[in-house]
Design a protein around this ligand. Structure first.
Ligand SMILES: [Cu+2]
Length: 469
């Protein structure tokens, strides 16, 4: 980590050379770095009818001035880009009406939610333009930050890149009773990190080549909650960040420019058993983490949160000049009893395959007319995921959460001892997980397992499975 470079970039902002190139007639430039406030996705208020929380989500076209002088065409949910946050309690019953106002098919998938296949929003549940889909399910899982995004057959990457994604926060008895910062947008702050590539006219430049399919689409411009280089103002106290890597393909190594220590308390699908201290946090596409950061030493000062791989500041944090407040982090968080009784004979193996132009799992590319696995309901199985290339792949499974049992036979990292729904399988690595499905999925509406590099998913690194008694 070249710390000095990171700090320097933070002050000077990014180069504007490319976007000022004189081949375009449109005058586009970056806004001055760290000039716009961080937007907080609003919490969507449900209508409550007969005890059911009803949410309306409209997937629509929009436009956003990400760059100075250009209106970028976008997609969003109830707005131009990204979507509102859904916040529910465990045991709530929710009804969600999804309306498609795009000119193309789409669907919303509830990433991380343990819901039956019929409600899951996979590619088989395609919503035509000007059509709607209503689904209803009960929230039966632990406190966590899940999310929703499209899962349209062969177009997931494009539609996510255009902006369709939103957070889905679940609270439960643990999260309500633990002593943690809980004021949404004040000291409990959602951060959706994405990267984008733009063309000379300031439009998103999605998949262009075989290289994009193989490496995944990345861009040199970073967005946090839909804004380039935002600023966040906080009090000099401990702040909780709920972080999501919402990029199509990029892996982030999150860190502060002064290399300060912070504490991870939760991952994809639950809190950790106990807090884990760290200076860098690695998240692949679709992974989430909650961290606590103590800013009590920084009253009246500023600090940058950024990515150590690209050596780039992503968020400027201004700490108010107020009386600092000390906070003591709980020493333990939750007990995880899930998926302990593994029947070792139930091992299911998934090998990730990659050749130029061909991405597959167990030698088969995604086929909507083929069911790849039939999995028994309510039985803990071991799934063994083998990566035989150098490129890491984030492997995601619908309709469940799981525990990571091992990486190449060794215990996984301490900050992955929570429940997960996506696991980064490193190059030439074999990961074993313990997983159980508590809902059924059918041939008509099967669950998916896939690589969450969305260009890999769309190119065939995905399979379908049924869960039945
Ligand atoms: Cu992949």
């Amino acid at each position: 980590m070249k710390r000095r470079d990171f700090v320097k970039l933070g002050i000077l902002g990014c180069s504007t050379t490319f976007l000022n190139a004189n081949t375009t007639t449109v005058k586009i430039s970056l806004f001055p770095a760290f000039s716009k406030p961080l937007p907080i996705p609003p919490i969507l208020e449900p209508k409550i009818r007969d005890g059911i929380k009803e949410f309306n989500l409209t997937v629509q076209e929009g436009s956003v001035e990400f760059l100075n002088g250009a209106k970028t065409k976008t997609f969003g949910v109830n707005t131009d880009f990204l979507g509102p946050t859904i916040k529910v309690q465990r045991d709530d019953t929710v009804k969600i009406n999804v309306k498609n106002s795009l000119k193309e098919n789409t669907v919303l998938h509830w990433h991380g939610l343990k819901v039956p296949g019929i409600s899951d929003g996979g590619p088989n549940r395609s919503i035509k333009p000007n059509n709607s889909w209503t689904t209803q399910y009960k929230i039966e899982q632990r406190a966590s930050m899940c999310w929703y995004h499209p899962h349209t057959h062969e177009k997931t990457g494009y539609q996510v890149f255009m902006g369709i994604a939103g957070l889905f926060i679940i609270e439960d008895e643990d999260s309500n009773s633990l002593n943690l910062p809980k004021e949404y947008g004040i000291d409990d702050i959602p951060l959706v990190f994405q990267d984008r590539r733009f063309d000379m006219k300031g439009q998103f430049l999605y998949k262009q080549s075989m290289h994009d399919t193989m490496m995944g689409v990345t861009g040199s411009i970073s967005l946090v909650n839909g804004v380039i280089d935002p600023i966040l103002e906080v009090s000099p106290k401990t702040i909780r960040f709920r972080i999501m890597n919402g990029s199509n393909a990029r892996i982030n190594k999150f860190m502060f420019n002064d290399l300060r220590e912070f504490t991870q308390i939760a991952g994809d699908s639950s809190f950790l058993p106990k807090p884990v201290k760290m200076k860098t946090l690695l998240l692949a596409s679709a992974e989430r983490a909650e961290i606590l950061v103590d800013f009590s030493d920084l009253a009246g000062k500023e600090i940058y949160f950024g990515d150590g791989f690209s050596n780039k500041p992503l968020l400027k944090i201004l700490v108010k000049n107020e009386k600092p407040q000390k906070f003591s982090i709980p020493s333990t968080l939750i007990e995880i009893e899930e998926y302990k009784n593994v029947a070792t004979k139930n091992i299911r193996e998934f090998t990730l395959n990659m050749r130029p132009g061909w991405l597959a799992i167990n030698g088969k590319q995604m086929d909507m007319n083929r069911i790849d696995e039939i999995v028994p309901l309510n039985k803990v199985e071991i799934w063994r995921i083998k990566n035989q290339q150098r490129m890491p792949h984030p492997f995601h499974i619908h309709g469940c959460s799981f525990r990571i049992l091992s990486r190449d036979g060794k215990a996984t990292f301490e900050n992955e001892t929570c429940l997960k729904d996506t696991v980064l399988v490193y190059g030439n690595e074999t990961v074993e997980i313990a997983v159980k499905f508590e809902h059924e999925s059918t041939k008509e509406f099967p669950y998916m397992y896939h690589c969450h590099i969305l260009e890999h998913e769309d190119a065939g690194m995905m399979g379908q499975f049924i869960v039945k008694r």
